[in-house]
Design a protein around this ligand. Structure first.
Ligand SMILES: C[S@@+](CC[C@H](N)C(=O)[O-])C[C@H]1O[C@@H](n2cnc3c(N)ncnc32)[C@H](O)[C@@H]1O
Length: 192
């Protein structure tokens, strides 16, 4: 088992034990998510992550926000191309797992992860947003993307579209949903 897989297997349990021990020592309540997640965890295959990060032309000047970051794989791939980024997830174990993966991949100085509801995050610094949620969640987050992101920011989504927001590009990918999408924020979105 390589180091990354070991961390994937070991971290959630280890992190939970560590959190429990810290809590017992300090008397502080254990870290709890603000609410239940809107969709369960299912990772985007790494090949699809690479396709989408390349399609968004992520580079050293980009700030990538991953909304529902899971194990942090989109941000690790983005950081390997020189970007910085922030990942948000409501699942405490996944956030700790993502931090461990970033450390194992030696990109932990470029990315960070927060236990946070994606709908409460300020997206204005992001130049690229990555998503793998659900169709109805994409539609709920769409007005926030249009309002908070700057013109020229790119949005990529594994699996699900954005209703009548036409993508710049659609990709056939080897997943059960078979599709991935890329959009760019245009001036008309700022007036919507
Ligand atoms: C389908 S998984 C995708 C994980 C990762 N982005 C990937 O593509 O590999 C969706 C993730 O969104 C998280 N999530 C669901 N609702 C959320 C919310 N309101 N705020 C933040 N994260 C959320 C889940 O905990 C889960 O990790």
């Amino acid at each position: 088992m390589n180091r990354r897989n070991f961390l994937r297997t070991a971290m959630p349990a280890g992190a939970a034990l560590a959190a429990g021990a810290a809590s017992a020592q300090t008397g502080a309540p254990p870290c709890v998510p603000p609410r239940t997640a809107d969709v369960v965890y299912e990772p985007t295959p790494l090949a699809v992550v690479d396709t989408l990060i390349a399609a968004a032309a992520v580079g050293p000047r980009d700030v990538v926000f991953d909304l529902g970051c899971g194990d942090g794989r989109f941000l690790v791939a983005a950081a390997r191309r020189g970007a910085t980024g922030v990942g948000f997830d409501l699942n405490v174990n996944l956030v700790e797992w993502a931090q461990a993966n970033a450390l194992a991949e030696r990109v932990d100085e470029r990315v960070r992860f927060e236990v946070r509801d994606l709908f409460t995050a300020d997206l204005s610094r992001a130049t690229v947003v990555t998503l793998y949620l659900l169709p109805e969640l994409n539609l709920r987050v769409r007005p926030k993307l249009w309002k908070e992101l700057a013109v020229g920011a790119r949005v990529v989504s594994n699996a699900f579209d954005m209703g009548d927001w036409q993508p710049d590009r659609t990709f056939e990918v080897p997943t059960r949903y078979r599709r991935a999408y890329l959009w760019t924020i245009r001036p008309e979105h700022k007036r919507a």
